[in-house]
Ligand binder design. Sequence first.
Ligand SMILES: Cc1cc2nc3c(=O)[nH]c(=O)nc-3n(C[C@H](O)[C@H](O)[C@H](O)COP(=O)(O)OP(=O)(O)OC[C@H]3O[C@@H](n4cnc5c(N)ncnc54)[C@H](O)[C@@H]3O)c2cc1C
Length: 474
Amino acid sequence: MTKDMLDRFAAIVGERNALRNADQIAPFLVEPRGIYHDNTPMVLRPGSVDEVSQILRLATETGTAIVPQAGNTGHVGGQVPLEGTRDQLILSVSRLNGIRAVDATGNTMTVEAGCILEDIHRAAGEIERMFPLSLGSQGSCEIGGNLSTNAGGTAVLAYGNTRQLCLGLEVVLPTGEVWSGLRSLKKDNTGYDLRDLFIGAEGTLGVITAAVLKLFPVPSGHQVAIAGLESPEAALAVLKLAERRCGGALTGFELMPRIGVEFTVAHIPGNRDPLSGKHPWYVLIDISSGQSQEAADAMMQAVLEDALTETLIGDAVIAQSETQRAEFWRLRETMSESQKHEGASIKHDVSVPVAEIARFMSRADRAVLDAMPDARIFAFGHMGDGNIHYNISQPAGADPDAYLARRFEINERIYDIALEFGGSISAEHGIGQMKRDRLAAIRQPIEIDLMRRIKTAFDPAGIMNPGKVVARPD
Ligand SMILES: Cc1cc2nc3c(=O)[nH]c(=O)nc-3n(C[C@H](O)[C@H](O)[C@H](O)COP(=O)(O)OP(=O)(O)OC[C@H]3O[C@@H](n4cnc5c(N)ncnc54)[C@H](O)[C@@H]3O)c2cc1C
């Protein structure tokens, strides 16, 4: 890109917010998985919707590729330049971080795209409401990124994923036009749902600048327990039992393997083995009650007693305080991070129908151990909604590069097995650049064709995050 062209973009946001220096740009290029390393000539940090609009209008006029970025915690390389390119500009929405309106009566909050998820939790708490989207990255991911990836997290079982938590959007289109769809209606059957097209589009159709989010009453009671058990089959039986006992009060049901507990206790300061004995598997059960703390406690007690009577679990512990509830969740939420201390890992964010989880895992384990007998399988995740992070750590002491060289071969095997069980190759992280070709290979040609036609209709110049999700038609 010429200096003149970069100067034109910089003039829109001012030199202070047009980062060109390698040291300033570096943090925007380092993504959590450490897979993508391409460069950008400039990071633009607009401070208003109008500046976003001017940037996109100029990008369309000049054919300049724009990569939207929010908190830069995405797992599929959607928020960083496409591998093999050096001329895509990053548009960071982080400075658009205002809370525009809070409506305690309508239970809604209108927020800008750069609001950090944890700040939204705090703002909802100030009016005694909650926003239930909950992710391990919530201290740094931003709502524009959550919406654009349709993030899942730990409360999907009860509240759905981000799509279900959003009522309206404001979006800047690639032409620079602004679509103001900040409606807060729960019922609105008036034509095609444009909002749902932008949610989960991973920045390929436009830049989300603001959203109306749904808030919920804070539950009067909340309880968390961890139980040790023998197998994923037993975990599934406990899930069914908990659903029967608790109905909509069951807010989380997470599966963790023994190796995960060992890694997180070994590498994350403050984490402790939750039970006195060792168990091959663990489940974390989270229950909320709209009535009282006593009601949440009683439900948890009943679930665990039934599970013990039916010999589904070997042991269990119920949190005795809010601090302990947070400790239990921390054990689960630091699993991924703890894995980094054990060398390289090959990861899969897959989902299968809940009833098939145990059979999927047993088939996947066999396939992995046939290929790599010493690999350390570390499958954990949101069992309640069928989403397993089927991760595999390198054999202890192995060469990480040699191990990672087999990544694609193992990915293919695991994705094939998930698909055989009627599952998905991306449960909650999206497609980005990582899974684009795989998506094209597994979806019906008509689906890919429709996606391309939508892309072309919204972004005829092809400037919005090109190369992500779907390739342009040849
Ligand atoms: C420790 C950890 C735990 C995680 N746990 C979970 C989990 O439980 N569930 C889950 O779903 N994910 C999880 N993730 C992945 C990640 O946090 C989510 O995908 C999150 O929603 C990304 O938000 P972000 O603000 O970081 O977006 P980014 O990474 O910056 O961007 C993600 C995508 O959205 C696009 N985008 C960003 N902002 C906009 C915008 N304003 N308009 C249009 N497009 C935009 C980008 O181009 C990119 O394609 C985890 C990540 C980490 C590091």
